[in-house]
Design a protein around this ligand. Sequence first.
Ligand SMILES: Cc1cc2nc3c(=O)[nH]c(=O)nc-3n(C[C@H](O)[C@H](O)[C@H](O)COP(=O)(O)O)c2cc1C
Length: 173
Amino acid sequence: MDVLEAIKGRRSIRAFKNQDVSAKTVEKLIDAAQWAPSAGNIQPWEFIIVRKPEIKRKLVDAALDQMFIEEAPVVIVVCANEEHSSQGYGVRGKTLYCIQDTAAAIQNIHLTAYSLRLGTCWVGAFREEETREILKIPHGIRPVAIVPIGYPAEAPTARMRKSTSQIVHYETF
Ligand SMILES: Cc1cc2nc3c(=O)[nH]c(=O)nc-3n(C[C@H](O)[C@H](O)[C@H](O)COP(=O)(O)O)c2cc1C
């Protein structure tokens, strides 16, 4: 699939068919995530793949009752390894680069999933400490996004984007 087609065709999907996503497909998504750029090539991302209904149920609670998370056959929780980024780049590494790097990896997951006819949603609204406890995430690793993945059971229309004149500045802000 053409990159621009994927960028413009992808939508946040919040309803999934009762159809499994194979381990091989998940591997492809992780492989795509790994090819994201990262500051100093530190690759500070970590991925937790969740399939167990009881863990997905707890994630729904931590994510303020976003029920569609448990509808998805597989959920990838993408984390940033702050420790690794701060070893390379200090405070800027910990507070900025590791989030940027991880966000780029998350976007790769979304676009690759779309190219494989899968639906995804970037879930950022969740209680971090609760999520950390559910998934036994160690100190120095920060959960950044919960990404439910499945075959879409809805086809939402595109959400409005700002006009470029609102966001582009020439020469100075
Ligand atoms: C950082 C971030 C956090 C988000 N958190 C949530 C969320 O918690 N729940 C949700 O349903 N969608 C969430 N979204 C998805 C946005 O609502 C969605 O991307 C936006 O409305 C544009 O729609 P589109 O993805 O279909 O183009 C999040 C997106 C981003 C980038």
